[in-house]
Design a protein around this ligand. Sequence first.
Ligand code: ZN
Length: 596
Amino acid sequence: MDEVARVREKIDLPSLISEYIPLKKMGRNFKALCPFHNEKTPSFVVSPERQIWHCFGCGKGGDCYTFLMEYEKLEFIEALRILARKAGVELSETDFVKQGTSQKEKIYKLNNLSSDFYHFVLTKHPLGKKALSYLYKRKISPKLIETFKIGYSPGRGYALSKFLIEKKKYKPSDLLESGLSFSKGGRIVDFFRDRIMFPIYDHRDNLVAFSGRILREERESAPPLAGSKYVNTRDTLAYHKGSMFFGLNLAKEEIKKNSRAIIVEGEFDVISCYSQGIKNVVAIKGTALTENQVSLLSRFAEKVTLCLDQDEAGFEAIKRSLAALEKKDLTTTIIDLGTFKDPDEAIKKDPLFFKKALKKDIGIYDFLIDSFLNKFDRQTGEGKKKITGNLLPFISLIDNEIVKEHYLKLLSLRLEVTFDSLLKELEKVLRKEAQIPEFPIGKDKKTRKEILEEYLTSLIIQGKNPKEMAALVFKNLSDYSFDTPSYKKILENLTAYLARNEKFDEKKFAKTLPKEILPLFDICFLFSLPKIEDDKKYQEEVEKVLDELKVLNIRNKIRSISQNLNQRQPKERLVLQKELDSLLKLLRAVNSASKL
Ligand code: ZN
């Protein structure tokens, strides 16, 4: 386990995290919008000194391993391998590493072997002939077949499973877990049969799944048992529908370079674009962009251009993708394909037209306004109601007020209604949406005492004179019981540490803390404190918190005594009453002292 620590030592956490999200220096820490929950003001903090991160919004936090695991949805062993490579640490082949081949890695390997198999059958085997000529007919060159590693799954139903079990010595259970085969009457059967095979890679080049297409054109009538046009690998450990794109592995760098991603519906659309040198293209492999897909794209692109099929379903997909796109603040545009039904057809029939259309992309809101104005009669009251009823929910998604106003004005002009009445209707939409609860944050509400204890500990740890301030706490809170005893433990350890050491070194100090308390210390270390001008003001702030804690403590005691008072024996009651009186006196004294 030594290697785990060595890798962690060598990785600089802020530079690692800034490869994924933009970090801004704020004081001695870095801040960012949290990648793990939706927010408008940054509460995600990274400390270069402590090499830790924490989000004050959703409560997630940790070190380089937890960040990578969380962000890339990895198991520990995968994160370790990636970071070791980055750090230049060679992992010894200990049992831990060897056995640590994750389930996911096993699936990637099986998928790679299967992809080789399918590709071989398509390009070299007589069984693949029919499929190959189908691809040639669709103008897919041998070079493109190579680039996308397209393959063919034979129709017999056992070829791949037999190859993997007999030649490659895999267990049937491995095949079932990978989704490549299924069990039918006790036999292992290939999942994909008689289909053109498109491998789907994630953005880290792992082969996570396949998409298989039947060999016939849509207009040909379907034989009753042929199945749907496209079939994807079912959800496995390595693949979740709605979180991947076809082509992202090849398009990633090009998308980064252009800061723009073109989104199409299917594999053939991507491949056709590619044949024309347009390489920042991915296919959604589903009906609309999901939030997972958008957050993946937002790592590489600032602008997304939707180029979906020109039919009712494509229009619905645009509408449904929009909320996810707006949440990530991506600029979204649309391509008008005229009379062509999809990008593949447009490119095959008129590549020049397609390239021009790409350059003349339309803002998504302009497009939606146009579409609804054409769909309903804008001369009648009923038509106006339908147009605004359809459009305002989308316009309400716009985060930027100026952009929002621009489109409202445009709409008021074209509908010949006043800006005011549009605003009123928009407010109704917003009110309706406000009733839906926001992103739930899995955290209980803290008590005032807990909040103050956290703030106090942060003030002391981050302050210039932790020794004096800690002494001040114990002098004032001798009779105080902590709602979160871990803060008390941190302050006690701090006092002990500063009795032995001249200077406060947070790394050395952290080592004196029990493991279960460390995360709380990290949180206090990263806590955003208000700006406090000088040492005197700093001490006053600490004293102010101490006073309030004292008052809360006394109030709690008073409450607990008075609650039980009536159930006690008369003798006991007398003692308690006395105690109560003195507490009330104390409360008055503290209150008047803190008012001075
Ligand atoms: Zn968060």
